[in-house]
Every structure is written in C-alpha cells, then in structure tokens.
Design a protein around this ligand. Structure first.
Ligand SMILES: [Zn+2]
Length: 305
C-alpha cells in the first residue's frame, strides 16, 4: 500500500515537473532536501519521504478515506489539489464531481419503518431494490431511476467522489450497490467519519475551481455554495428520514420518478453542457485560468432537477 502511495505522488511530482513545470516553477515537494524534509505525506506517524517519526509535528489534514492513516500537511494538500486538477483538465479532459448519496442517488429505509402499504416490497425482487443487513436491522436501498446511466455517462466527464453525512459502514453498503467494482468512485468516499459536521471541499483532493457538487441539501455546504447544484429530494418510501409525508409515497402508489424526465436525466444534460462550456475555449493555456464556479454561479438548481 505504501508503495502505491509513493508511486502516486511520484507520478504527480514527475507529471508536474515535466508537463506543467512553468505553472509550478516556484513550488517543489518536500523531498528536495532530505536534511530539511517538510514531511508533506505522513502515514501512521511516519513520513513517507524521510521515514522520520513525526507524531509531534503538526500534520493538519487526515485523508483516511484514500489510504488508511494518511495525513497531509497544508502544503501537500494545496500542491496535490492543484496538480490533480491540472492533470485531470489537461490529460483527461475531466472535471471533478462530488455526489451526495441519500435523497440524491438513492433512498434507503429500515424494513421496520416501511408503512403497511409498503410491506409488499420485502418480497419484491427488482434490480433497483437491494436488501442489506445493518446494525439497526434489515435495510432496503432503492436506487433513483436513471442512476446507472447517470454514473456511467458522468464518469466519462468527471472524476467522481461520494460525500455523505452517513456513517462509513452505511456508505460502503450503498456504494457497493451503485458501484460494485469501484469503477466510478474507487476509494473516494467521504463519510461522517472524516467529516462529522459540515461538508467541505477541503477534504476533496482537487482544486475548487474544477469541482461541481450535487446535493439535495444546501445548508450542509456553508462555504462552497458557488460549486453547488441542487437536485430535488428523492423520496421513494413514506418514511423519508426527515418527516413522514402525508401523501402516499411512490412505493405505496407502486410508481416512481420518471426515468426519461426525472432529476438525474436533466442533471446529466446540464453537467454535459457545463463540461462542454468549461472546455470550449480554444487555447490550452486558457484552461489554467478557468473556473467552473463562474459557469455554475451557485447554489443553482438546473431545469428539471
Ligand atoms: Zn519527512
């Protein structure tokens, strides 16, 4: 695992030096002088560069979700964010997309919280409905219509993160349903474990100027509203985790959100336009000063989302 981390950051370093040297001319990673190592990348209290025990050093940010025990200094975070975005933009023509889970991509409920008219679902066999045991009892996970197509297409234009207020075990269960082979998210799943209070792009290893957030809740993003696209909350079950709706749920009516005119279909259309708008400039150098936030001007709710 350590080797993978080193290879990753070595790649980042080499890429920077060779391909975008002119952009980072005054910056260099900590390894430039072993005698004065700045301990940029620390794992389990050991600097990955100089191997020194740095338990007493101020290493500010934990990136446990990428590699267990990995912590980065402020300088390493800034450096990695910048280089990751430059690599994504110049090499793969991709931006970054941060996706919420609950009520954005899925709706889940404990079986014990199903209404009487929804109990039939316990026997239902459908690809969009998954039963999972949880520490609170059996759970049903209902994926939002069009979610598979959405992820497949969005993955061509964006490097994607999941960012949820749910706990780590729950998030892993849900992500396994959406992305069983880790094709879309890899280990880029940020949960309450890393982010117990508000959501923040500080934990996303990419430059904010290249990140789009999709969430049904605005309040959880106090500092990054310009990056934010809001989608209509997806409620499939009566017990929606926020309040019990008075009108019959989709499940009770045996209906669902439209696949062809629903939120995710419209969101994908908007994201494609956004991506196209970002990369539409003629000169490659212009990309270095582009900011996706100028195109979103959020918080913004795209048409039909
Ligand atoms: Zn060091």
């Amino acid at each position: 695992m350590i080797l993978e981390i080193i290879i990753f950051f070595l790649f980042v370093f080499l890429f920077t030096k060779i391909h975008i040297k002119n952009l980072l001319v005054n910056e260099s990673p900590s390894s430039s002088s072993r005698g004065h190592c700045a301990h940029w990348f620390v794992r389990r209290r050991t600097c990955l560069d100089c191997k020194t025990n740095v338990s007493r050093l101020k290493v500010v940010q934990s990136f446990n979700y990428t590699f267990s025990g990995l912590r980065l200094s402020n300088e390493a975070v800034s450096f990695t964010k910048r280089v990751t975005t430059l690599t994504s933009i110049h090499v793969r023509k991709k931006l970054h997309l941060v996706l919420d889970l609950d009520h954005t991509l899925i709706h889940s409920v404990l079986v014990s919280n199903l209404s009487a008219a929804e109990k039939y679902l316990v026997q239902e066999e459908r690809p969009c409905l998954t039963r999972k045991p949880s520490r609170f009892g059996n759970m049903l996970i209902k994926t939002r219509p069009f979610v598979n197509e959405f992820l497949r297409e969005a993955n061509k234009l964006f490097d994607m993160y999941v960012y949820t207020k749910g706990d780590w075990i729950y998030a892993q269960d849900v992500v396994k349903v959406l992305d069983p082979n880790k094709t879309y998210f890899g280990d880029r799943v940020i949960t309450r474990r890393e982010s117990p209070h508000k959501k923040t792009l500080d934990l996303v290893l990419a430059d904010e100027r290249g990140i789009v957030i999709v969430d049904d809740t605005l309040d959880v993003w106090p500092h990054h509203k310009r990056n934010l696209l809001q989608v209509t909350r997806y409620f499939y079950f009566k017990n929606n985790g926020i309040k019990r709706e008075s009108k019959p749920s989709y499940a009770e009516r045996k209906q669902d959100e439209s696949r062809s005119r629903g939120s995710l279909k419209n969101l994908l259309k908007f994201l494609k336009e956004l991506h196209s708008g970002f990369f539409s400039c003629g000169a490659v150098q212009e990309l270095d000063s582009k900011d996706v936030r100028a195109l979103i001007n959020g918080p913004f709710k795209p048409n039909g989302c």
